[in-house]
Write a protein that binds this ligand. Structure first.
Ligand code: ADP
Length: 452
């Protein structure tokens, strides 16, 4: 039962994610079904028409024969010979009889027949046939044609009185087997014709599904293309800024008149800009490593608190310079299987962003565990992120564009890299934010069992 529910859930999820596939499957079922339904309708109408024609034909044949019988009834031997000949010419005519009163005037006998051996036999009709005979007596000028099943086949039974001869009837049984076989052949032919038509529709639907696929692919490509453009201009800016700083300080340092202490100062600025450039290059390399699954992780059990303390300390100075209160109440946490360098990168991105995007207030880091997972929260009192932006935040190259963030440099790669690394370490990252109030990034990592 649980398995079925899971299967249904997965199916629903798949349909939600791939509406074009569900649409195609629906059309693939509906269109051939509509074709088959329409064909069935046509065929049943055609069969009804054919039955009606056949019935008329049988009645007309008996009417014609009745006129002949009227004059030949006196010589039942030659009449029976004619009947036999008629049956030989019409193989579907199974039985042809003339029924009349017996000598006692009460019961009935077979007066003439296409089957010679039954001539003179008593004729005892069942209740249905008796009813038909009495009806035929009331409308002597026409044949009554009904459908019967005898010897496992459908037959038309035509009954009428012999005109001008009292209490005498003509009964003919005509097999419908041949007509049924022809109808079945026609149905088979119709279905055979349906196969290439349905095939053609399926091919068209498959192409249609491809077109929908291409359309959504095109949309995604256009989005990626736009993001790439943004990235190129961003990267150009990110490269140019530190490079011009480096060029300027190198020129100044080459001036023989600058003092040793000034030169030291220039060199440290050159070093900072080089570090900035290095971060950018590293980010780009990380993206390609993660995409191609080439990023190496050397996992070992560690208390995440140690790394958090290190990163918080590294940002203390820049936070202080911005007038921000950066705090983390260090506590011992259960061990988690982590690559310490990669986890440092995660915390550096999150705390770095919080410090970078918050202009006043505080950046608070907290970490706690319920024994199953460690939950790390990086909270700031910065500009916040709208729900619309939150949905795209972890996409590659995505940067929030508004008044507050416009002048803050960045590549839009940090959060994508962060999420990928967290996932590699079997964790999850999420964001909670209220515009104008601040943002919380939450990282959940599974506790190494037995260490809680
Ligand atoms: P980058 O900071 O290089 O632009 P990220 O991937 O790290 O790239 O972040 C993506 C975007 O998310 C940023 O451009 C920024 O607008 C927004 N963002 C990230 N962290 C915060 C935060 N703490 N407060 C407000 N906005 C943030």
């Amino acid at each position: 039962m649980k398995g079925i529910i899971e299967l249904v859930e997965r199916g629903t999820e798949f349909i939600k994610k791939n509406p074009q596939i569900s649409y195609t499957i629906l059309l693939t079922i509906l269109i051939p079904a509509a074709f088959i339904f329409t064909s069935e309708q046509f065929l049943s109408i055609a069969k009804e028409n054919q039955d009606r024609l056949e019935r008329g034909r049988v009645g007309a044949m008996l009417d014609a024969f009745a006129v002949l019988t009227r004059w030949r009834i006196v010589d039942v031997v030659s009449l029976s010979a004619d009947m036999r000949e008629l049956r030989e010419q019409n193989p579907s005519l199974v039985r042809l009889r003339v029924i009349g009163p017996s000598d006692d005037g009460v019961s009935r006998v077979i007066l003439a027949s296409a089957d010679q051996q039954e001539i003179g036999n008593p004729f005892n009709p069942d209740s249905t046939l008796s009813l038909i005979l009495s009806t035929a007596e009331k409308i002597p000028e026409q044949s009554i044609v009904t459908q019967v099943v005898e010897d496992g086949e459908r037959r038309w039974r035509a009954v009428r009185v012999v005109p001008g001869v009292q209490n005498t009837f003509l009964i003919a049984d005509v097999s419908m087997v041949q007509a049924d076989q022809e109808a079945e052949q026609a149905i088979r032919d119709a279905y055979l014709m349906l196969v290439p038509i349905v095939g053609l529709i399926l091919i068209l639907l498959a192409r249609h599904a491809k077109i929908i696929d291409y359309a959504s692919l095109y949309q995604r490509l256009a989005e990626v293309d736009r993001m790439k453009d943004d990235f190129v201009s961003m990267a150009a800016h990110e490269l140019r800024a530190p490079l011009s700083v480096i060029r300027g300080y190198v020129e100044m340092a080459q001036d023989p008149s600058v003092s040793v202490s000034q030169r030291q100062e220039f060199l440290s600025r050159i070093g900072a800009s080089a570090k900035q450039l290095n971060t950018l290059v590293e980010d780009i390399l990380d993206v390609s490593r993660l995409q191609e699954g080439r990023m190496a992780f050397s996992m070992r059990p560690i208390d995440p608190s140690q790394v958090i303390v290190e990163v918080v300390n590294a940002f203390m100075l820049s936070a202080k310079e911005k007038g921000l209160l950066l705090s983390y109440e260090a506590k011992t946490l259960p061990e988690v299987l982590l690559d310490p360098d990669r986890f440092r990168q995660v915390m550096t991105n999150l705390i770095g962003n919080a410090v970078k995007y918050t202009s006043h207030g505080s950046v608070t880091i907290s970490a706690e565990s319920d024994g199953v997972e460690v939950v790390i929260r990086v909270s700031d009192t910065g500009p916040g992120i709208s729900a619309q932006d939150q949905a795209k935040l972890f996409s590659k190259f995505y940067r929030v564009r508004n008044e507050t963030t416009r002048d803050i440099p960045g590549t839009g790669l940090g959060l994508w890299i962060t999420r990928e690394i967290v996932r590699q370490m079997k964790g999850e990252i999420s964001v909670e934010s209220i515009t104008g109030k601040g943002t919380d990034f939450i990282v959940r990592l599974p506790v190494l069992s037995g260490t809680a």
